[in-house]
Design a protein around this ligand. Structure first.
Ligand code: MYR
Length: 131
């Protein structure tokens, strides 16, 4: 299950992804070494996710399939929802400032939590280990 506390171990192409998102250099530099930790509590369709990093601490509640608003760590506002497809969480979010789509997935691979991101043709991954 996704439940538990997950600590960032490594990222792939995350800086390029942030560039594509339009995140400025100073924020990219901080975000690259953000020590991100996410705690996931799933109860059926309902999730509570706590995010903590050098950038901020934030908690959110959502239900699979139900749209919600969220502010990304760089301040970008999005709206969208998570769904479950097999064992994979699939998120579809739309930026409020330009209506462009940001997709993301969470999946468990060999005991690690892998989160993928796509924005405007650029893919990235962040890989977390269970704490
Ligand atoms: C959650 O489940 O953690 C809350 C909803 C997350 C929505 C979007 C996730 C994409 C984050 C991309 C970070 C990009 C920073 C520029």
């Amino acid at each position: 299950s996704f439940n538990g506390t997950w600590k960032i171990d490594r990222s792939e192409n995350y800086v390029k992804f942030m560039e594509q998102m339009g995140v400025n250099l100073v924020k990219r530099k901080v975000a690259e070494h953000d020590n991100l930790k996410i705690t996931i509590e799933q109860n059926g369709d309902k999730f509570h996710v706590k995010e903590s990093s050098t950038l901020r601490t934030k908690e959110v509640d959502f239900t699979l399939g139900v749209p919600f608003d969220y502010t990304l760590a760089d301040g970008t506002e999005v709206s969208g929802a998570w769904e479950m497809e097999g064992d994979m969480m699939k998120g579809k979010f739309t930026r409020k400032d330009n209506n462009k789509l940001l997709t993301t997935t969470r999946t468990l691979v060999g005991g690690e939590l892998v989160q993928s991101y796509n924005y405007e043709g650029v893919d990235a991954k962040r890989i977390f280990k269970k704490q």
